[in-house]
Design a protein. Structure first.
Length: 417
DNA sequence: TGACCTTTGAAGAGA
DNA sequence: TCTCTTCAAAGGTCA
């Protein structure tokens, strides 16, 4: 059987120079993508088979049937995107075949299946049996929606998870559950690094005296019969009472601890200010915004509705700045910024309403982002610029009917024969 | 997975 | 100077 650590790396993209590692921002994007992909379980619900590496397989790895590369030059950005997707799918397909081959080989090595699947006699034998395993005629199948990469039901073949197919998680690296805290793959290490970097970005406030007191007494309280099953909030209530009942002298050590903590914090982060932690994330800002009553802070039109103008303040009735919202400095600043943004844009794209009527609208007209535009275009049928359209067009090797031939040009040499 | 609950004290912002 | 708001920790609950 294959040794531990043996692996097949057919399409794993390696950075030639590790020092030329992607930036943290890129890492974050990658990690988000990886987490999304890894969150999708292996389709047949089983654990993926550990594909062995053998000289026989090595001979198989290179001349896989679909291995085309062609230059995206001359394509529109969206067509290039489609091209990338297509090439990625091609890589996945190749990996599926490689995995199937590995499974055929591994099954042959297994004492259980040896009688059913004898050793491949040659690379050609292995290849033909691999293709047979992938054939739709191979009986009921499981995994990968019954398509390419699925395996005959009841067979020892296990499809790889999407991440494994892509080379993430490592065919030889992340297949078995890790028993240590150490990241099992370079990607896991990268993910951990990203999380740690995120952690480092946030410098927490030093604890105050009461928090030092809580630290010390929470566990004591939790050991008390009466409080051991209570929730944290209840414990905090009780701790608050006890803190309140304590004499100043009893509190003194905690204030000293807090003072020391504050001093150390100031030494460690001389330029830090508590302000830095004020709603520095959108979620916290959202949370903060929710602390106001529903409708509070809204202008009269939004608060009472157009039909209840009798409830509006006199300013709103006269289309002036709402009395309820007050139109604080922050609002005015935002409005100024909004107007600047609007004026910097062409007047045709987004003209922020400047009259009081529009000013009363809750949601200003927003400019769709590039991503939103892309999505919209993807959802628009027959748009020649959408990735899916471009992909289909590429695969069909013929220009869309409504595209002029000179726009499309001759790209027949870009496609596999 | 992250908000919420609950406490006190420190810090910052704004009036 | 005063008032108001936010955040620091904990861990169960809930969406």
């Amino acid at each position: 059987m294959a040794e531990e650590g043996d692996e097949i790396k057919v399409f794993r993209v390696q950075h030639e120079d590790e020092s030329d590692a992607p930036s943290l921002a890129d890492d974050k994007k990658d990690v988000a993508l990886e987490e999304e992909m890894e969150s999708k379980p292996c389709i047949d619900g089983g654990s993926a088979f550990h594909a062995p590496s053998t000289p026989l397989l090595s001979s198989m790895a290179s001349p896989l049937p679909f291995n085309f590369n062609f230059s995206p030059a001359g394509f529109t950005p969206f067509q290039q995107l489609a091209l990338q997707n297509w090439q990625m799918n091609q890589a996945v397909t190749n990996q599926v075949i490689a995995n199937a081959a590995a499974n055929v080989y591994a099954a042959a090595l297994s004492p259980v299946f040896a009688s059913l699947a004898p050793m491949p006699a040659s690379p050609l034998d292995l290849f033909s049996r691999t293709m047979a395993a992938l054939s739709p005629l191979a009986g009921p199948r499981v995994g990968m929606m019954g398509g390419m990469g699925s395996v005959p039901l009841g067979s020892p073949f296990r499809p790889f998870t999407p991440m494994q197919l892509m080379g993430y998680g490592g065919v030889g690296g992340g297949m078995t559950p890790s028993t240590s805290n150490a990241p099992s793959t370079p990607n896991a290490a990268r993910r951990k690094r990203v999380k740690e970097e995120d952690k480092e970005e946030h410098i927490k406030k030093p604890k105050n005296a009461y928090f030092w007191f809580m630290d010390e007494n929470r566990k004591v309280l939790m050991n008390e019969e009466e409080w051991k099953d209570k929730q944290s909030a209840d414990l905090n209530k009780e701790l608050g009472k006890r803190w309140h009942d304590m004499k100043d002298e009893e509190k003194k050590p905690y204030f000293e601890m807090a003072a020391k903590d504050k001093e150390d914090h100031a030494k460690k982060y001389p330029n830090w200010s508590a302000r830095e932690n004020y709603a520095n994330s959108a979620k916290k800002k959202k949370k903060r915004d929710r602390t106001t009553e529903p409708g509070e802070g809204k202008k009269c039109r939004a608060r009472f509705g157009v039909d209840s103008q009798e409830k509006w303040c006199k300013h709103c009735i006269r289309k002036k700045k709402c009395l309820y919202t007050g139109g604080g400095e922050e609002d005015e600043k935002e409005e100024r910024e909004e107007e600047e943004r609007a004026s910097s844009h062409s007047h045709s794209t987004h003209q922020r309403a400047t009259d009081s009527e529009s000013d009363l609208d809750d949601e200003p007209t927003t400019i769709p982002s590039d991503e939103e535009l892309k999505l919209t275009m993807e959802l628009t049928p027959l748009n020649p610029l959408t990735p899916s359209f471009a992909l289909n067009s590429l695969l069909l090797r013929s220009p869309p009917k409504h595209l002029r031939s000179e726009e499309w040009g001759d790209r027949s040499d870009s496609f596999p024969s």
